[in-house]
Ligand binder design. Structure first.
Ligand code: HEM
Length: 464
């Protein structure tokens, strides 16, 4: 009896303590004009619900509080916006005091000069320098031939075996970027750089606790090692008379392309290029393989497009700009894959002063989660939104509509969009013209917070 009384007492006590803590946390953030919503537990906020329930948590909160609500997620008081018009407006409002709001661990590891860490004139310079590296002319003359050569040889060993397409597309995305940035020197560099890069990526997604063996600590160490390697390479190139046709050489001869960057800026720019194109390109490629496997009619149409290109060429001829531009259905498959899988759920911003948005007050230092995921399943934009239907994208106006946020929007819209599409298109070209494949089965796919196959996605590949 006494034991039961103690248990009831403890349970009651815990309930009262929880209620008091939740109330206290709500009071702490009570301020006139804030959007409605709940702040959860002190310190942790609603992070657990957000990560566990993901899109369902967001939809439930929207049903209760409307499409703009407050919360406390990933260590920060946050306003979530699921309002398409407001999202567009936020993405355009950098000059009014809404800056990128990525976590500290990401900014520290990617570098102080990385494009997401800078704003104003510094952002203009870094963005201008990057855009000049991936202009349509450069993609046509320099990058597409490099990607073609790389994909052709990279995919040539995949036949008659079971491969983990997740692992293979990750390796492919990184090696392809390394080739574009460092040209032929990428081969000698990749062995040392790749393991460090994987540690760097893990570090950017971790809590910023700098203790031995934490992912954050290893990420910082990996950054130091990569910086050392890149400094060495820049030095070597300066002392050598050899010429190169790659991104590093364009960045170093900044005078020619109007943007003279310091060595620190060049290094952070390179890390940003490798980082930004890595997961986006690899995950979209993996999911395209998945959807094509599950939708034979789409695969047949895609193959028809690529076989048509091959028929016009000799077996060893590389893809050229005209071939790439003719891949209308491939582009549609890539957009439909990004939409249906939601490779990017949204983007993060922060306020640098108290701001008014949609009649609500957003205090200085709060994060804004421009959550665009639900737009991908809006039946007004995409009829029958849960069906994989690339044909919908053949109407090019879908790509230019106001709420197309797959590559972000406004002043920070993805500068690597065409580069990413060219890489995935070239991958698909060689993959579907050389191989057929079937899933081995049983592999799990997670859609949130990131699209990933926790145990890999295994396929059996054979010659066509
Ligand atoms: C399918 C592939 C890709 C997708 C879906 C994608 C998506 C995005 C999105 C949504 C943003 C906006 C981030 C924000 O507003 O905070 C962005 C920005 C960015 N992306 Fe991509 N991206 C892709 C490929 C690439 C590639 C290949 C590169 C390599 C150059 C790249 C470089 C960048 C950079 C540097 C930014 C930051 C721009 C700025 O802050 O001004 N992306 N990307």
């Amino acid at each position: 009896m006494a034991v039961l009384t103690v248990i009831i007492g403890v349970v009651l006590g815990l309930c009262m303590l929880s209620t008091a803590l939740l109330k206290w946390n709500e009071m702490k953030y009570r301020k006139k004009g804030l959007p409605p919503g709940t702040m959860g537990w002190p310190l942790f906020g609603e992070t657990t619900d957000f990560l566990k329930q993901g899109p369902t948590f967001m939809k439930n909160q929207r049903a209760r509080y409307g499409s703009v609500f407050k919360s406390h997620i990933l260590g920060c008081p946050t306003v979530v916006s699921m309002d398409p018009e407001l999202n567009r407006c936020i993405l355009m409002s950098e000059s009014k005091g809404i800056l990128p709001g990525y976590p500290q661990s990401m900014l520290e590891i990617l570098g102080k000069k990385n494009i997401a860490a800078v704003h104003g004139p510094a952002h203009k310079t870094m963005r201008g320098a990057l855009l000049s590296l991936v202009s349509p002319t450069i993609i046509k003359q320099q990058i597409l031939p490099t990607i073609d050569q790389f994909m052709r040889s990279h995919l040539s060993y995949w036949t008659n075996q079971i491969i983990d397409i997740q692992e293979k597309t990750k390796e492919m995305a990184l090696l392809s970027s390394l080739k574009q940035v460092f040209g032929d020197e990428s081969c000698s560099l990749s062995k040392e750089l790749m393991p460090e890069f994987f540690k760097l990526v893990l570090g950017t997604l971790s809590l910023p606790i700098d203790l031995p063996n934490t992912n954050y600590h290893c990420g910082l160490q990996a950054r130091k090692n990569i910086v050392r390697m890149l400094k060495g390479l820049i030095e070597e190139r300066r002392n050598s008379k050899e010429t190169h046709e790659d991104m590093l050489s364009s960045l170093m001869s900044g005078g020619e392309n109007r943007y003279q960057l310091s060595d620190e800026e060049i290094i952070d720019q390179i890390i940003t290029i490798l980082y930004s194109g890595y997961e986006t390109v690899s995950t979209t490629s993996m999911m395209a393989v998945k959807y094509l496997h599950d939708h034979p009619r789409v695969l047949e149409e895609l193959r028809k497009e690529h076989m048509g290109i091959r028929e016009r060429k000799m077996a060893e001829d590389p893809l050229d700009w005209d071939d790439y531009k003719s891949m209308k259905f491939t582009r549609a498959v890539i957009f439909e894959t990004s939409r249906l899988a939601t490779i990017v759920n949204g983007v993060l911003r922060k306020t640098i002063k108290d701001m008014e948005l949609n009649g609500f007050v957003i205090p200085k230092g709060w994060r804004i989660y421009v959550y665009t995921r639900e737009l991908n399943y809006d039946p007004c934009l995409y009829p029958d939104p849960h069906t994989f239907n690339p044909w919908r994208w053949l109407d090019r106006s879908l790509e230019t509509q106001n709420y197309f946020f797959i590559f972000g929007g406004g002043t920070r819209q993805c500068p690597g969009k065409e580069l990413g599409i060219a890489e995935i298109s070239t991958f698909l070209h060689y993959f579907v013209t050389k191989y057929r494949w079937e899933e081995v089965g049983g592999d799990k796919l997670m859609k949130f917070p990131r699209v990933e196959a926790p145990n890999g996605l295994h396929i059996r590949v054979s010659d066509l």
